[in-house]
Design a protein around this ligand. Structure first.
Ligand SMILES: [Zn+2]
Length: 109
């Protein structure tokens, strides 16, 4: 399982799973399906926009991709460790006992 933690609006250009991640993000917004923040579990809304996305895809299953949202309030209020804990909780719904091998990249701009 490959994962990426990116700030909302951060370019995926050049990422090795760019096409798959763009597809899963587009599907999410096209579907109109409600999402909830993986940290506070509230739904992002106009007053609580998405601050970051946790993207995951199975290395050998082209269709197995997922996207999870982190609201802007959590993205800006909490440090990387707490966001990583929430991301790990999500990851473990796909991979039992899974953990991040490398710290997920966080946009520091
Ligand atoms: Zn949140």
């Amino acid at each position: 399982m490959d994962t990426a933690l990116v700030a909302a609006g951060q370019s995926l250009a050049g990422h090795r799973h760019e096409a798959r991640y763009r597809g899963v993000i587009a599907d999410l917004f096209r579907s109109g399906r409600s999402v909830s923040c993986i940290v506070c579990r509230r739904s992002p809304a106009i007053e609580r926009p998405i601050g970051g996305l946790l993207l995951a895809c199975a290395a050998h299953k082209p269709k197995a991709s997922s996207v999870s949202a982190i609201c802007l309030a959590c993205w800006t209020a909490y440090d990387a460790d707490l966001i990583e804990q929430a991301a790990t909780r999500v990851l473990r719904t796909f991979v039992k006992g899974g953990r991040f091998v490398d710290p997920p990249p966080i946009d520091t701009s």
